[in-house]
Ligand binder design. Structure first.
Ligand code: ADP
Length: 635
């Protein structure tokens, strides 16, 4: 049966119950009506007729008395007037025999009245022929007893009908009482049946719906074993069957997805594991969601133990932690200086170095699964909203490179150190020759001597620079950090350069603000950097050019700049001129080694600062570097 039919049936049954109660009430009303109707119809007429007959009898009796008194005429007319009335009423009563015993009473009245009429005729005859006394006797002996008999018969008729009316009335009220009770009982039974039925029907309709609701919730919680019993063939039954089918399909689909995801995960894990570099992936809360054996080795942890734990619990490296946190929060890979982005692990002979890089992991919500590593710049266009779900830390073992670098530096240092003494000897010899033997030499020999002198000078400068640089690189140069008034340093250095600028008819300006804060730096090394930058600038400006030295507080550091309006630096060189031995092509001059800016950079870095250049070829260059502020100046 369909749901629609069930609902219609429910309403149909309720309507039937109402109809039953209605019919019962109507039947009772009709019964009640007929009961009271019969009281009026059947007995009223007979009672009236009996009353009229009693009255007529009494008037005829008084006519008989009048006759005995000698008023024959009045008596006759009165008697016959009421005789007609009596007979009419008697006929009416005889027509309306309804009660048992009524027929006998009427027959008695009828026969009695016939005799009474005869007695009256005889009384008339007596009053006409004999004395009043005889008539009175006849009246007393014959007429009056007949009158009394008829009258009492009439009264009996009236009483019989009256008592029947009372009985009928009692019967009617009994019917009414029964009607009330039975209607009440039938009504209550109908209400009870209706209630029971609607209760049964509503539960039979809602039970499957509730079961469906519960099953849907369980299915949403991935309980795929959820099945609904199919108990009926109606729409609800079909719905349950459809639900079961859907649950089974979802289950199959989920299993398929799960297998696919597991396969992908395995693939990614194998790839990650096979990579020689260390890889460590964290989620948004910086918990480790994946790391390969190499990374586990770097941090000295067991891979399974590290998984799921917080980065700091495993790695205990505050710098890396803050880089990862910054990446997760900003969604951008932090800019790292390749020379400083280095992690050293272990000590002594076993010390190892790892260059690291951090990038953000983006995804469409959920957690990091170890896959989906993308570059920080890939924000993905369109499609679902992508958000940062974690970060990846890459660790490359550069211990060998570092070692090679150190060996190279050691070699350079030793070589330059060893070269210094013979070079000094050579320089002295050449100087001596230039002073003492000059006159005795031919022009050609003198030219050769001058060339040798220039080369010795160049070699000395190169060796000195190399020695400086290798010492700095090896970290063997100790900075004497003090609170330095930069104004003093600038004045000292510009003072030294002033004569050279005058000679070139150029200007050297110092533009320092009055409230320049002090720096925390090594004054001598800072002066060295400043001198290097000014001497470079002097070299590249034209006659009449200008070099400006400036300094200012910029945030929590002090920034110093040397700007010139000279030749500028070609763009392709700007990123490289701080590297060792880099000189702009065709710019090699005697005494220049291409090491000045490299040394400057090492010194600035040793201070914890940075150095950079902004230059437009043909318009000039501006070299800037930063130094930390002295304590108490930071605020
Ligand atoms: P060098 O000792 O050869 O000057 P540096 O490291 O000091 O070596 O400079 C590297 C190169 O950068 C120079 O050879 C020069 O080509 C370029 N350079 C440095 N400063 C300036 C400047 N102010 N203007 C133009 N070019 C410059």
């Amino acid at each position: 049966m369909t749901l629609r039919r069930k609902i219609l049936l429910g309403f149909g049954i309720a309507l039937c119950l109402v109809l039953i109660v209605l019919t019962w009430a109507v039947i009772n009303l009709v019964r009640l009506g007929s009961a009271s109707d019969s009281i009026l119809r059947e007995n009223y007429k007979s009672i009236i007729a009996a009353e009229v007959m009693i009255n007529a009898m009494e008037r005829q009796d008084s006519a008989s008395l009048l006759l005995t008194l000698g008023f024959a005429e009045e008596a006759d007319s009165q008697f016959s007037a009421f005789e007609a009335e009596f007979l009419r009423s008697l006929a009416r009563a005889a027509d309306n025999i309804t009660v048992e015993g009524e027929a006998g009473i009427i027959a008695r009245i009828d026969s009695g009245y016939q005799r009474y009429l005869q007695a009256f005729d005889e009384l008339s005859d007596l009053t006409g022929s004999s004395t009043t006394a005889t008539a009175a006797d006849y009246y007393q002996e014959t007429v009056l007893p007949l009158f009394t008999e008829i009258r009492s018969s009439c009264e009996a008729l009236r009483d019989l009908n009256q008592s029947t009316a009372y009985t009928a009335s009692a019967h009617a009220s009994g019917v009414a009482r029964r009607a009330i009770w039975s209607t009440l009982v039938v009504g209550l039974a109908a209400v009870a049946a209706g209630l029971l039925f609607s209760l049964l029907m509503s539960t039979s309709l809602t039970r499957p719906l509730q079961a469906l609701l519960g099953a849907t919730a369980r299915l949403a919680d991935r309980d795929y074993s959820t099945q609904l019993p199919v108990t009926s063939g109606d729409e609800l039954g079909r719905l349950a069957a459809g639900f079961n089918q859907m649950a089974a399909r979802l289950h199959a689909f989920d299993e398929m997805n799960l297998k696919e995801v597991l396969l992908q995960k395995q693939r990614i894990e194998t790839v990650i594991e096979s990579i020689e570099d260390g890889i460590l992936v964290v989620d948004r809360d910086l918990r480790i969601v994946n790391l390969n054996g190499a990374a586990a080795g770097v941090f000295g942890v067991e891979r399974p133990l590290a998984l799921g734990r917080h980065f700091l619990e495993t790695a205990r490296d505050g710098h890396l932690f803050s880089l990862l946190r910054e990446t997760v929060e900003s969604g951008m890979a932090p800019e790292l200086d390749p020379d400083t982005a280095m992690l050293s692990v272990g000590a002594g002979e076993a010390r190892r170095y790892f260059a690291f890089a951090v990038s953000a992991v983006e995804g469409t919500g959920g957690g990091v699964t170890g896959g989906g590593v993308t570059g920080s710049g890939d924000t993905g266009g369109g499609g679902p909203v992508r958000s940062v779900t974690g970060a990846v830390l890459l660790l490359r073992d550069v211990t060998r490179l570092k070692e090679l670098d150190r060996l190279k530096s050691d070699f350079v240092m030793t070589a330059s150190h060893e070269l210094r003494t013979p070079l000094t000897g050579l320089e002295m010899s050449v100087e001596l020759l230039r002073e003492k033997a000059r006159e005795r030499l031919t022009d050609q020999e003198r030219e050769l001597l001058e060339a040798a002198h220039t080369d010795v000078l160049r070699l000395k400068a190169l060796v000195a620079d190399l020695l400086d640089l290798s010492r700095i690189e090896a970290g063997r140069i100790q900075l004497e950090m003090n609170e330095v008034d930069l104004r003093g340093v600038v004045e000292q250095v510009t003072g030294i350069f002033q004569p050279q600028f005058v000679e070139k008819r150029a200007r050297l300006l110092a533009e320092l603000p009055a409230d320049l804060p002090s720096a925390r730096a090594d004054a001598e090394k800072t002066a060295w950097v400043l001198s290097n930058l000014i001497s470079n600038a002097l070299r590249y400006i034209d006659e009449g050019g200008t070099v400006t030295v400036g300094a200012e507080r910029s945030g929590s550091v002090l920034s110093v700049s040397v700007a010139d309006d000279g030749a500028g630096i070609p763009y392709q060189y700007q990123s490289r001129i701080f590297d060792k031995f880099v000189q702009v092509a065709g710019d090699s001059r005697p005494g220049r080694t291409g090491l000045g800016l490299a040394i400057s950079r090492e010194i600035v870095r040793a201070h914890g600062g940075t150095i950079w250049v902004e230059s437009v070829p043909g318009e000039g260059s501006r070299f800037s570097f930063t130094l930390p502020l002295a304590r108490g100046e930071e605020a």
